[in-house]
Design a protein around this ligand. Structure first.
Ligand SMILES: [Ca+2]
Length: 109
């Protein structure tokens, strides 16, 4: 499964263009522009599996750094403040990582 099986390449490109400048990444905007917020729960779970690079069942802080590169390999890495903001937005149980359900809530909120 590749991310472009779920999202259109032009929507991904538009979402990445919107956050090209360091510290301009907004999770909510990114999920809207990329089309993710309109996907079904099972499609969002597939995206989660792609973002969970080591298949641990969670997206950890070190994986969040490379979040944009899972959408397009030439994209930039997230800054440490963007990583922390994204983690804080999703991590409701405070375990320092994002589970599949937390990710789905974040994307669909
Ligand atoms: Ca992981």
């Amino acid at each position: 499964m590749s991310i472009t099986d779920i999202l259109s390449p032009s929507d991904i490109a538009a979402a990445l263009r919107d956050c090209q400048a360091p510290d301009s990444f907004s999770p909510k905007k990114f999920f809207q522009i990329s089309g993710m917020s309109k996907k079904s729960s099972s499609q969002i779970k597939e995206i989660f599996r792609i973002l969970d690079n080591d298949q641990s069942g969670f997206i950890e802080e070190d994986e969040l750094k490379y979040f944009l590169q899972r959408f397009e390999c030439g994209a930039r890495v997230l800054t440490s403040s963007e990583t922390k903001t994204l983690l804080a937005a999703a991590d409701h149980d405070g375990d320092g990582k994002i589970g599949a359900e937390e990710f789905q809530e974040l994307v669909q909120s």
